[in-house]
Design a protein around this ligand. Structure first.
Ligand code: GLA
Length: 383
C-alpha cells in the first residue's frame, strides 16, 4: 500500500474485484417529513456518491472496509447477523445483508470496500447511499435482479429494524431511483413516480446547497417524536395517514385537534403536500422561478409548525433571501444539516457571500457551499 493514497479493494483484500457500484446522496427540493405520512416528496440525486467495490467469497463471511473511516476491516458472518451485532458505520451495510436474508434471499459471502464523497452528517443522505449501494451490490453479485423499489424498501427496512432509525423511504428511493437532469416526483403511498426535467442552468438559475456543518445531538429522538405526533394527529382525525386529510378540509380538521403541538404538525404535513403539488404545477409549466416563494414558505412551516429547524438553517434562509435569492429552505430531516437556495445564476456569488458574512458575524463555523446538479441514481460502474 502506498502511503498517502486511499487503499483500493486489491490493497485491502489482496484479490481482484468482481463488481463496482455507486449510489448517490440526495437533496430534497420540497416535501419534508411527508414520507412517513404517505405523502409526496421531490428529491434529486447529487453527483456525490458512495462507491462499493466487491469480490465474492466462497464462505459466508462478510468483510467491510471504508476508505473514509479510521479503523480496519470489520468482519462478521452472514449466518449470525442480528440487530446490534454490528455497530458504527458498518452497521448500515451489515443491516442490508440482514434485511435481504430475512426476506428469503440467499447470499454468498463478500469482501466490500467503500469510498464516498457524500458529505457525512450534512443531511444529504450518506447513510442511504451506503445502504443502497450495498443492496445493489448484493443483488447483482447474487443474481437477485432487484429493482429500484425493492432496493429502496430493503434499505429502509435495514435502517428501521437493524440500525434503529425510524426513517421514511425518501432517502433510499432518491438514491435508488433518481435520474440525471431530473427531480423525482414520488408518491410515497405506492411509490408511483415521475421524472420531472429540472435543468436549472438552462433556466438561468442555480440551486446552491449550504451545509451548515451543524449536527444536533438527539436529532434521532426528536425525529421519532415527530413521527409519533403525526400518528397521533392521524388517529385524532380518524384517517390512516395525514396524507388522507384533504387540503380544503384543513381548517375543519385542525379545529378537531386539541393538542397544540399535534395541530401544528398536522398543518405542516397537509400544507407541505399541497406545496409539492404546486411546485410540480410550476415546473410542468416551465415556471422555475415561481417555486422560490414556495421553498421559503415550506421553510417557515418546518421552522414554526414542525419545529425541526435550527438557528443556523434559519440564518441561511434569511440571509440568502435578504441578498436577493428567489427562495430557500432547509432540506432533509433538519436539526442541522443543509439548506438549499434558489438564485439567478448571476446573483449566486453575491448570495453565497452574504450567507458567509452572516455566518461569520454570528460566530458560526463557515458553511460549505456548492452548486447542486441533478445526477444519476444507483448504478453498476465499469471495473
Ligand atoms: C430524513 C429521513 C427521511 C425523511 C426526511 C424528512 O432524511 O431519513 O425519511 O423523513 O428526514 O423529509
Amino acid at each position: 500500500m502506498t502511503a498517502g493514497r486511499t487503499p483500493t479493494h486489491q490493497d485491502v483484500y489482496g484479490v481482484a474485484a468482481d463488481g463496482r457500484f455507486a449510489a448517490p446522496g440526495r437533496v430534497n427540493l420540497i416535501g419534508e417529513h411527508t414520507d412517513y405520512n404517505e405523502g409526496f416528496v421531490m428529491p434529486f440525486a447529487l453527483p456525490h456518491t458512495t462507491v462499493a467495490t466487491v469480490s465474492r467469497r466462497a464462505d459466508r463471511r462478510l468483510r467491510l472496509h471504508s476508505g473514509d473511516m479510521t479503523g480496519g476491516v470489520v468482519e462478521t458472518d452472514l449466518g449470525t447477523l442480528a440487530p446490534g451485532s454490528v455497530t458504527g458505520w458498518a452497521a448500515y451495510p451489515a443491516a442490508v445483508a440482514w434485511a435481504l436474508q430475512s426476506e428469503g434471499h440467499e447470499l454468498g459471502g463478500a469482501d466490500i470496500h467503500f469510498t464516498s464523497d457524500v458529505p457525512v452528517g450534512a443531511g444529504l443522505s450518506s447513510s442511504a447511499a451506503l445502504e443502497v449501494v450495498t443492496a445493489l451490490a448484493f443483488s447483482d453479485l447474487n443474481g437477485l435482479g432487484l429493482d429500484a423499489d425493492a432496493l429502496a424498501r430493503l434499505s429502509q427496512r435495514a435502517e428501521n429494524d437493524f440500525v434503529g432509525m425510524p426513517c421514511g423511504i425518501l432517502d433510499q428511493m432518491a438514491s435508488a431511483a433518481c435520474a440525471s437532469g431530473h427531480v423525482l416526483f414520488l408518491d410515497t403511498r405506492d411509490l408511483s413516480r415521475r421524472q420531472v426535467p429540472f435543468d436549472m442552468a438552462a433556466a438561468g438559475l442555480r440551486l446552491l446547497v449550504v451545509d451548515t456543518r451543524v449536527k444536533h445531538a438527539h436529532a434521532d429522538g426528536a425525529y421519532a417524536r415527530r413521527r409519533a405526533e403525526c400518528e397521533a394527529g392521524a388517529a385524532a382525525l380518524g384517517v390512516p395517514f395525514l396524507r388522507d386529510v384533504p387540503f380544503d378540509g384543513l381548517d375543519a380538521a385542525l379545529a378537531r385537534i386539541t393538542d397544540d403541538a399535534v395541530r401544528r404538525r398536522v398543518r405542516h404535513i397537509v400544507t407541505e403536500d399541497r406545496r409539492v403539488e404546486r411546485v410540480i404545477e410550476h415546473l410542468d409549466a416551465g415556471r422555475h422561478r415561481a417555486i422560490g416563494p414556495l421553498l421559503t414558505e415550506g421553510h417557515a412551516s418546518l421552522r414554526d409548525d414542525f419545529e425541526v429547524s435550527c438557528p443556523e438553517l434559519d440564518l441561511v434562509v434569511a440571509a440568502a433571501n435578504a441578498a436577493g435569492a428567489l427562495g430557500a429552505r432547509m432540506t432533509g430531516g433538519g436539526f442541522g444539516g443543509s439548506a438549499i437556495v434558489l438564485v439567478e445564476a448571476d446573483a449566486a456569488q453575491a448570495v453565497e457571500t452574504a450567507v458567509r458574512e452572516a455566518f461569520a458575524a454570528a460566530g458560526h463555523t463557515a458553511p460549505r457551499v456548492f452548486g447542486a446538479i441533478p445526477s444519476a441514481g444507483a448504478r453498476r460502474l465499469p471495473l
